[in-house]
Design a protein around this ligand. Structure first.
Ligand SMILES: Nc1ncnc2c1ncn2[C@@H]1O[C@H](COP(=O)(O)OP(=O)(O)O)[C@@H](O)[C@H]1O
Ligand SMILES: [Mg+2]
Length: 323
């Protein structure tokens, strides 16, 4: 049967979407790609395919799911299927190097970054950042993997050759200039169907202030799925956001065939905005959405339903609301 196919490797991040698809009475099927197979001589089923493959799949024991999904999406695209967040989106998802090159190409400012293979090469590259503080992060990341703030080369050396060393999944480290925000927050802009949905302000004070030593592990703190019970909400949806920035992001997404994404940026003391993370497997914070009366997953379900209705009018029997 013709339907919406959701490709992913994490049930926890998929349930809100399937709830919305059910509420809209849309036909769907979930492909959990911890394992899978595809017959290259056969035609894929008819339908709309939405990839939610994640850069952090390896942290859930699914080290090769992104690679398999890349093949699967290529197969679907080769057969002309409707694919939302296809091979190009996945390329960006699993490599910040690809993200930054694509952002720069779209005229969007990124932090000064050096990509490095090898620990000694990382130390050598870091020498050019000293004495200013710098950030390290994994090229294939998500969930803040490998994101640490260092104030000295010695601290970096200690970490790299110490017991806490955690190598990146693809071996590639990024060394990045530290953007010091006057207030501790970042902005994440959400897009569905390539169009701006809302901007959410994410409080980052805990991330750096809890730092007990030179090296500051950020860990899962920036994953918007986590709930936080502090007085001030960690996630706050803004009433409005800079229209020029929104337009530049929409153009970037269009140029790269990305339909659903969350784009993160920081503004420094001089008011200069740096864009440093594209999440094509985006999650929405339900507390913040409740306060603001927004529903990201509903918007995604409606978007997928609209695509299904357009490509296969007979597949959709329910009347979809317009917003
Ligand atoms: N260059 C930077 N300067 C200051 N803070 C940063 C920088 N890069 C990342 N951060 C902080 O670390 C968090 C995680 O980094 P990010 O690049 O988004 O990695 P991930 O893809 O794992 O989410 C960001 O949300 C931000 O708060
Ligand atoms: Mg991020």
């Amino acid at each position: 049967m013709t339907r919406i196919y959701v490709l992913h490797e994490n049930d926890e991040w998929t349930v809100r979407l399937t709830q919305e698809l059910e509420a809209l009475e849309l036909p769907y099927e979930v492909w959990h790609l911890a394992a899978g197979s595809m017959s290259l001589d056969a035609n894929p089923p008819e339908g709309v395919f939405f990839s939610r493959m994640s850069a952090s799949a390896h942290t859930r024991g699914h080290r090769y799911s992104p690679e398999f999904t890349m093949g699967l999406l290529s197969w679907l695209e080769a057969h002309g299927r409707v694919v939302v967040n296809g091979t190009r989106a996945l390329q960006l998802e699993i490599s910040k190097v690809q993200q930054y090159l694509a952002l720069q190409r779209a005229g969007i400012r990124t932090p000064r970054t050096v990509a490095v293979l090898g620990r000694d090469a990382l130390l050598a590259a870091a020498a050019s950042f000293a004495p200013a503080p710098f950030i390290t992060k994994h090229n294939r990341a998500g969930k803040g993997l490998g994101v640490q703030l260092f104030h000295s080369l010695d601290a970096l050396r200690e970490y790299l050759y110490g017991p806490l060393y955690d190598p990146p999944a693809d071996g590639i480290w990024l060394l990045q200039e530290y953007i010091r925000a006057p207030e501790p927050y970042i902005i994440r802009c959400e897009f569905v169907g390539g169009r701006f949905l809302y901007a959410v302000r994410v409080d980052t004070s805990q991330g750096f202030e809890l730092c007990p030593a030179d090296a500051c592990q950020i860990g899962d703190m920036f994953c918007p799925v986590g709930e936080d019970a502090r007085v001030r909400p960690k996630f706050e949806i803004l009433d409005s956001f800079d229209p020029d920035v929104i337009r530049s992001y929409e153009r970037f997404l269009e140029a790269n065939g990305v339909r659903v994404a969350g784009i993160e940026s920081i503004v420094d003391e001089r008011g200069v905005r740096y864009t440093y993370d594209i999440n094509t497997n985006t999650n929405y914070n339900s507390q913040a959405e409740q306060v603001a009366g927004k529903n990201g997953m509903r918007a995604v379900a409606l978007y997928l339903g609209g695509l299904l209705a357009r490509a296969y009018p007979d597949a959709v029997t329910s009347a979809l609301p317009t917003a």
